[in-house]
Design a protein around this ligand. Structure first.
Ligand code: SAM
Ligand code: SF4
Length: 351
């Protein structure tokens, strides 16, 4: 059940309540625990050309197009976030590169004053076509999902995806000049746990970073397998690599280890075993314009009705401020693998 902000705290009439934008002091987004929000993850579509088993059910219903933020609405929202101190935006989805005219949005965000870091998460399938234009648009870095190097297994995880296209996409990103590209691996017991060493070797050979992600209980998906902890995988990797802890931070939830004689960083995103809430600096906006202050909770502010009712920028910023009161201290996925409490799919919220 989605909790909405106290309506009394939100403006009801544009003309009556909102001060002119220029009269607003730029108050940064700071939550009730003193954490400043500088990072927005924005999902621009719930659609995708893959159907990964951990992300989507086999009978996904996608949103009607008019229920999804338009690209102009996305741009306007990002402008408001940036005015309140957000400096990094990750465009995600669903698969962001299947959104029509995505380059229109990316080029404008890439040139937006105050937005220092525009990054993108993709499944890589469209990068063969898009990589050079993404670079020109001002996208700084790419995260590319890659859970296996075996074509048959790739097909079974993604249901419909083709590994060769993703591998070509990874190479196209390098050829277009992207550096510090990271591959994201969801760790799945009995599915890809025999490939973690191979995936690190692949990252080293291709000059990539790599992050291992603990599977999260999001969406109405049955997950019979026990999650694999990052600690277990570090143990497995330690038999093959000399992993050295590092205090490097890419501004996201990953904690990094270094390999000797290689620029590759090995990251772990540990929502179960080592939750990353204490220094959380991010919020998410879904494809249908819901602002979720926490990935692991259902509280949200619905921005689409405001946008479509002609709210001013001042009113939108006020709604963003209201969401700060909803950001919980932390999430807890530990009891939820079999019966998820967060029923929205990751493709909806954006990873
Ligand atoms: N389609 C793009 C992609 O796959 O990279 C972007 C969206 S996808 C939802 C973003 C990230 O979320 C991916 O790295 C994916 O592996 C991860 N993800 C999806 N469902 C997940 C789950 N249940 N637990 C952990 N990670 C998940
Ligand atoms: Fe699509 Fe990404 Fe979800 Fe896979 S993880 S189904 S590629 S949105």
């Amino acid at each position: 059940m989605r909790a909405m902000p106290n309506p009394a705290a939100l403006p009801t009439s544009t003309a009556a309540v909102a001060p002119p934008d220029s009269a607003l002091p730029a108050v940064p987004l700071i939550d009730q625990y003193g954490r400043q929000i500088t990072y927005l993850r924005l999902s621009i579509t719930d659609r995708c050309d893959f159907r990964c088993t951990y992300c989507m059910s086999d009978a996904m219903q996608f949103l009607p197009r008019d229920a999804v933020l338009s690209l102009e609405e996305c741009l306007r929202l990002v402008r408001c976030f940036v005015a309140l101190g957000v400096r990094k935006v990750r465009i995600t989805g669903g698969e962001p590169l299947v959104r029509r005219n995505v380059l229109w949005l990316l080029a404008r965000l890439g040139a937006l004053p105050g937005l220092d870091n525009l990054v993108l998460t993709t499944n890589g399938s469209q990068l063969g076509q898009f990589a050079p234009t993404l670079k020109t648009a001002g996208v700084k870095r790419l995260n590319i999902s890659l859970d296996t190097l075996r074509a048959e297994r790739f097909r079974s995880i993604t249901r419909i995806g083709e590994l060769s296209k993703v591998l070509a996409g990874i190479r196209a990103a390098g050829a277009a000049g992207f550096t510090r590209t990271k591959i994201n691996v969801v760790m799945m017991r009995g599915v890809n746990e025999d490939e973690f060493v191979d995936l690190v070797n692949f990252a080293v050979a291709e000059g990539l970073d790599i992050s291992f992600i603990e599977e999260m209980p999001l969406g109405a998906i049955e997950r019979e397998r026990a999650p694999i902890s990052a600690e277990e995988v570090r143990g497995q990797l330690a038999a093959h690599f000399s992993l050295q802890p590092s205090d490097e931070n890419s501004g996201g939830p990953a904690r990094y280890w270094r390999l000797p004689d290689s620029p590759t960083r090995v990251g772990f995103i540990e929502p179960h075993s080592h939750n990353f809430c204490a220094d959380c600096n991010r919020v998410r906006v879904t494809a249908r314009g819901e602002l979720y202050p926490c990935l692991g909770h259902n509280d949200a502010v619905d921005l689409l009705p405001l946008l479509r009712a002609g709210a001013s920028d001042a009113e939108l910023k006020q709604a963003l401020q209201v969401s700060m009161g909803m950001k919980p201290l932390q999430h807890d996925f530990s009891q939820q693998m079999e019966k998820p409490q967060v029923v929205r799919f990751m493709s909806m919220t954006g990873g």
